[in-house]
Design a protein around this ligand. Structure first.
Ligand SMILES: NC(=O)c1ccc[n+]([C@@H]2O[C@H](COP(=O)([O-])OP(=O)(O)OC[C@H]3O[C@@H](n4cnc5c(N)ncnc54)[C@H](O)[C@@H]3O)[C@@H](O)[C@H]2O)c1
Length: 255
């Protein structure tokens, strides 16, 4: 049986770890040529060789790096069909607004939000020329709900990713290009593990609010990204695609 991404080229940022890595593997299983853009030069070549893809060392805050990433995809495989703009950070210095300084605020905005602007800006001309493409930007459930245990810049950056994705989805809907925002709930990845290892009480507090009573797994995100990337989601654009174990639907959770 042919894979769901056969003859498609997919660019994945943050593809060396967590949600990005699981998606790189899933995309490759489904027949895609995968181009991995990540700052992690140690893991990058390993991941690329595992899936028979290409690694490009990219800092997603650099316009030059991002433009090169998409150019390499086009030159190597002939098209840019899927862009999963997913790299992001969640550093401990980003906390309550009362404690988060301007430097920490700006860093998170650059890596989480400006990067998505750069990636969309770089991918769109290829997709518009082809008259087809699917962009998936990683936002978060915190883009639609407030948390008392705040990470102020992170939440604001993800709200920005969601609004940008919606607007791009509307703008390019008649040009064959779909743009959706993936909004994961808490997922069991190094990003979350790092954050909660420092504060187990915070982790326990998050679990209480998830109806399913557990964190998501990266592979569960990859399944959703695959759906949004493939033609199976051909009537879905500008959507807030929540994959959150029920968090955003819950008022009271089962004990
Ligand atoms: N894990 C969660 O609970 C969760 C929940 C909601 C949203 N998200 C979002 O999902 C995305 C992926 O998160 P994850 O949990 O898989 O994280 P992760 O830390 O496991 O992986 C992030 C990847 O991004 C790369 N990266 C970081 N900064 C970069 C930069 N400047 N340039 C290029 N690459 C860079 C890292 O090297 C790493 O490979 C992020 O946008 C995150 O905000 C995660």
């Amino acid at each position: 049986m042919a894979g769901r991404l056969e003859r498609k080229t997919a660019v994945v940022t943050g593809g060396c770890s967590g949600i990005g890595l699981a998606t790189v593997r899933r995309f490759a299983e489904e027949g895609a040529k995968v181009v991995i853009g990540d700052i992690d030069e140690d893991r990058g070549p390993e991941v690329a060789s595992e899936v028979g893809g290409t690694f490009v060392r990219v800092d997603v805050t650099s316009k030059e790096d991002v433009d090169t990433l998409f150019r390499v995809a086009k030159q190597t495989y002939g098209s840019v069909d899927v862009a999963f703009n997913n790299a992001g950070i969640s550093p401990p210095e980003d906390d309550s607004i009362l404690d988060t300084d301007l430097e920490a605020w700006r860093r998170v905005q650059e890596v989480n939000l400006t990067s998505v602007y750069l990636c969309c800006k770089a991918a769109l001309p290829y997709m518009l020329e082809q008259k087809r493409g699917s962009i998936i930007n990683t936002a978060s459930f915190v883009a639609v709900m407030g948390a008392a245990t705040s990470q102020i810049s992170y939440s604001a950056s993800k709200g920005g990713v969601l609004a940008m994705s919606r607007e791009l989805g509307v703008q390019f809907a008649r040009d064959g290009v779909r743009v959706n925002a993936l909004c994961p709930g808490p997922v069991n990845t190094p990003l979350l593990q790092e954050l909660f290892a420092k504060d187990p009480e915070r982790a326990a507090r998050r679990l209480v609010h998830i109806p399913m009573g557990r964190f998501g797994e990266p592979e569960e995100m990859a399944g959703a990204v695959l759906f949004l990337a493939s033609d199976e989601s051909s009537f879905i654009t500008a959507s807030t695609f929540l994959v959150d174990g029920g968090i955003s639907g819950a008022y009271v959770t089962p004990l």
